[in-house]
Design a protein around this ligand. Structure first.
Ligand code: FMN
Length: 313
């Protein structure tokens, strides 16, 4: 067990969380990560409550380790899915897009740990005041919905601003990224893109192939105009979306254009017309491995990274 307070808080062996990614982080991926010593999470996205309940129950059949659920607070079913999480006694929830405040008392009562994803110091401080257990600080190099600040700049500023464990997300896929995050003061990491390119992830093979093919500059950010920036691979869909933005399309038209696109990419394998979310670290990912190998490679590579640092300073 790592000595970090985060491992004790979450009852995990390695301080590695798997991003709760809509449409790709299902029971299979969550259980594989938890079985390998990290914290696996189901990405609830906009899942209806009955679908989430089945996914949680399936995860329980695949692992006896702790796992969590990522809840998008903008989901139309947010109240119902929170109730499912409570009924099923899920150990950890991570939340995206907002403030989970109204749900905290009920979750605390059953001992569920609440870890919001944030992209600014101000939001981190506000959420600490309402009693969350840890913070995931996510840099703009991440895949999916993002903020404006890079991981390198965001992590130390949030670490300095709060007195609870900080987990770094965005651009981490190997031992070097892991050690760098800890050097910035984080107690653990959250990894998204690297886990999509795993054997256990149910994402369509075309999606995984797109990650392997991608280079450092392959992603773009859409949705800046509507206030919902998303990092995805540049493709036919992003070119059409950008053309609509230039034509001055309304926020409603742009939102409608983006709806359902992650599903067609992740589940149907349409990587031309779909939203192929991935982080900038995609350029470094060149193979599909088991989740256990991904985690063991990160953990096993730490001494070499530390030796390299010692030789340099
Ligand atoms: C395909 C995909 C879907 C994602 N969906 C969500 C989501 O539903 N909720 C969320 O909080 N974060 C989501 N994220 C962000 C991840 O949870 C994670 O924080 C991010 O991928 C970390 O950056 P990395 O991809 O550079 O590792 C998604 C990321 C990807 C790549």
């Amino acid at each position: 067990m790592f000595k970090s307070k985060l491992c004790q808080l979450l009852n995990i062996k390695y301080p590695i969380l798997q991003g709760g990614m809509a449409w790709v982080a299902t029971a299979e991926l969550a259980a594989a990560v938890s079985n390998a010593g990290g914290l696996g999470l189901i990405g609830a996205g906009f899942m209806p409550p009955d679908v989430l309940r089945k996914e949680i129950q399936k995860t329980k059949t695949l692992t006896n380790k702790v796992f969590g659920v990522n809840i998008m607070l903008m989901s139309p079913f947010v109240k119902e899915v929170m109730q499912v999480v409570i009924d099923e006694r899920v150990s950890v929830i991570t939340t995206g897009a907002g403030n989970p405040g109204e749900f905290i008392p009920a979750l605390k009562e059953i001992g569920t740990k609440i870890i919001p994803v944030v992209a600014s110091v101000a939001l981190a401080k506000r959420l600490v005041r309402i009693g969350v257990d840890a913070i995931i600080a996510e840099g703009q190099e991440s895949g999916g919905h993002i903020g404006e600040i890079s991981t390198m700049s965001l992590i130390p500023q949030i670490v300095d601003a709060v007195n609870i464990p900080v987990i770094a997300a965005g651009g981490i896929a190997d031992s070097r990224g892991f050690v760098a995050a800890l050097a910035l003061g984080a107690q653990g990491v959250q990894i998204g893109t690297r886990f999509v390119a795993s054997l256990e992830c149910i994402a369509h093979e075309n999606y995984k192939a797109a990650i392997l093919k991608a280079r450092d500059r392959s992603t773009v950010v859409t949705g800046i105009a509507t206030g919902h920036p998303v990092r995805i691979i540049a493709n036919k869909f992003t070119r059409e979306y950008e053309a609509m933005e230039k034509r001055g399309a309304s926020a409603e038209e742009l939102d409608a254009m983006g709806t359902g696109r992650l599903r067609i990419a992740a589940r149907e394998g349409d990587v031309d017309n779909g939203s192929v979310m991935m982080g900038q670290i995609c350029g470094m990912i060149t193979d599909i491995k088991s989740v256990n190998d991904i985690i063991q490679d990160i953990i096993g590579g730490i001494p070499k990274v530390l030796r390299g640092i010692n030789e340099t300073i």
